[in-house]
Write a protein that binds this ligand. Structure first.
Ligand code: HEM
Ligand code: HEM
Length: 197
């Protein structure tokens, strides 16, 4: 295993770039599909169902990508930050930490709170949490918690707190920071995640 303390690198490597940009695209897909469903489809129509299933599929893909990304992060050096004030570095750390948190919390709350199975990009089915042995035996029979009680707080976090507000604020802040580095500070921050030149 390579240690991030002994190796310095100038750019994110190809795998890290792929995971980052795929995440950005799939994240956009998760939003586009769920709001397409809300704004442009009527309940109980095939297209309404397709949009929901795409949302679930994009969302679970983010869950897989964030696992890969965390494994990458634990085993590889990340490029040193560009010069900046202590406050700027602290803001970057908090911002990146919060983005990771979103990338984990959204798929987890989404999956645990979804009332339908996921037809993963219409290729194969992933059973909903309610129908798993773990929920039925441990949570329902063991703790006496019904699915309605279990999913209400998760739904609230997924749809109201993160889905509607926090995720957007963080992502817009993140993109603004990247553009600020590139066009105003004119440093290598965005280059490290793109061409590397
Ligand atoms: C990073 C991943 C995800 C993001 C950013 C995300 C975001 C959102 C947003 C913005 C909404 C609509 C909130 C509103 O009512 O205004 C939503 C609803 C929903 N999400 Fe997710 N989600 C993600 C992952 C998942 C996953 C993995 C599942 C389940 C497997 C899921 C299941 C649902 C369900 C069932 C709804 C309600 C459907 C609807 O309102 O039409 N989500 N999500
Ligand atoms: C146009 C869209 C985007 C741009 C221009 C962008 C740009 C960047 C850049 C330049 C970095 C490197 C920052 C540094 O080394 O200090 C970075 C890192 C990161 N980005 Fe993005 N990004 C975008 C979208 C997203 C989205 C949608 C997400 C997730 C929701 C995301 C999550 C992250 C995370 C978690 C890191 C930290 C990587 C690490 O060091 O482990 N990005 N991004």
């Amino acid at each position: 295993m390579r240690s991030k303390h002994t190796i310095t690198v100038n750019n994110y490597n190809t795998i890290a770039k792929w995971i980052h940009w795929l995440t950005a695209l799939v994240f956009l897909g998760a939003y586009a599909s769920v709001y397409y469903r809300h704004w442009f489809t009527v309940d109980d129509t095939p297209v309404n169902w397709t949009a929901l299933q795409l949302h679930l599929s994009f969302g679970l893909t983010i869950g897989v990508l964030v696992i890969l990304r965390t494994l990458w992060r634990m085993t590889h050096a990340t490029p040193a930050p560009e010069p900046g004030t202590k406050l700027e570095h602290l803001a970057a750390h908090i911002g990146h930490f919060a983005l990771y948190a979103i990338l984990i919390i959204m798929p987890v709350t989404g999956y645990l709170g979804a009332k339908v199975d996921t037809e993963f990009f219409f290729l194969f089915d992933i059973p909903r949490f309610e129908s798993t042995w773990f929920f039925q035996t441990v949570i329902y029979e063991g703790m006496g918690i019904t699915y309605e009680e279990f999913e209400a707080p998760l739904d609230f976090v997924h749809k109201q707190i993160f889905g509607k507000w926090l995720a957007w604020i963080l992502v817009v802040g993140h993109i603004s920071a990247a553009l600020y580095h590139h066009y105003i500070k004119k440093d290598r921050t965005l280059i490290k995640m793109t061409t590397g030149k």
